[in-house]
Design a protein around this ligand. Structure first.
Ligand SMILES: [Fe+2]
Length: 224
């Protein structure tokens, strides 16, 4: 590594340290693009290795959690993936989809007060916050009633701060929502055990007791 790169990485580390020790509103800009691209490339490779080397969703999510926590600690995401889309409270970018569909990585950008609606995943999920403060509530899906709306039992309710990760289990414990409870835009990274653009999932509207099937789409951020 050249002294120049070492210097930049040292500066990056100090920026992250400052960010982690101050309030969210003082959070430093994300680091240089070349470091961010390195970090994303390493995240993809490490998740791929974890998925290949482990058999059960529990083993995979435990290891992906370790990998994702290390990625979040670097504080590095390309700038194209951290901006809220104009006019949208919720922006979802595709960071990577493995060609064989074994996993995908998305970035969720929430404006203050915005919530990604209650939804299921149909697979395992590990996600964590890289900027701002999120809140997550998870549910277990039970039997459907006469109106076809399922029983949704709360199973966890927590804040997710910068650097923290959360695991969403396999069905039927695969339902959650994520909302931004901070004063600034929040950015989180979500690793899923499938290419979500290829599978149908559901959104759930508690108040109307309605289930909305959907297939994930993404805003353009430029896949890595
Ligand atoms: Fe989700």
């Amino acid at each position: 590594m050249t002294p120049f790169i070492q210097c930049r990485r040292a500066l990056k580390s100090s920026l992250v340290a400052v960010a982690l020790s101050t309030t969210v509103s003082l959070y430093a800009p994300l680091v240089y693009a070349d470091d961010a691209e390195d970090a994303v490339r390493e995240l993809k490779a490490e998740v791929a290795a974890v998925v290949l080397a482990n058999r059960t969703p529990e083993q995979i999510t435990t290891q992906v959690g370790v990998t994702l926590r290390a990625f979040l600690a670097r504080g590095a995401l390309p700038e194209a993936f951290v901006k809220a889309h104009p006019g949208l409270p919720v922006t979802t970018y595709l960071l990577h989809a493995e060609p064989d569909g074994r996993f995908s990585i998305a970035v969720l950008v929430l404006r203050p007060g915005a919530r990604a609606p209650l939804h299921d995943h149909r697979t395992w999920t590990v996600w964590g916050t890289i900027r701002g403060t999120d809140h997550e509530k998870q549910f277990e899906r039970g039997a459907s009633g006469e109106d076809d709306f399922p029983e949704l039992r709360p199973i966890s309710d927590r804040r997710v701060e910068v650097g923290e990760v959360s695991v969403v289990a396999m069905p039927p414990r695969d339902v959650h929502y994520v909302e931004n409870v901070g004063n600034d835009v929040s950015v989180s990274v979500h690793v899923h055990g499938a290419d979500l653009s290829r599978i149908e999932r559901n959104r759930y509207d508690f108040e109307r007791r309605t289930v909305f099937p959907f297939v994930q789409s993404y805003e353009s951020g430029g896949e890595q």
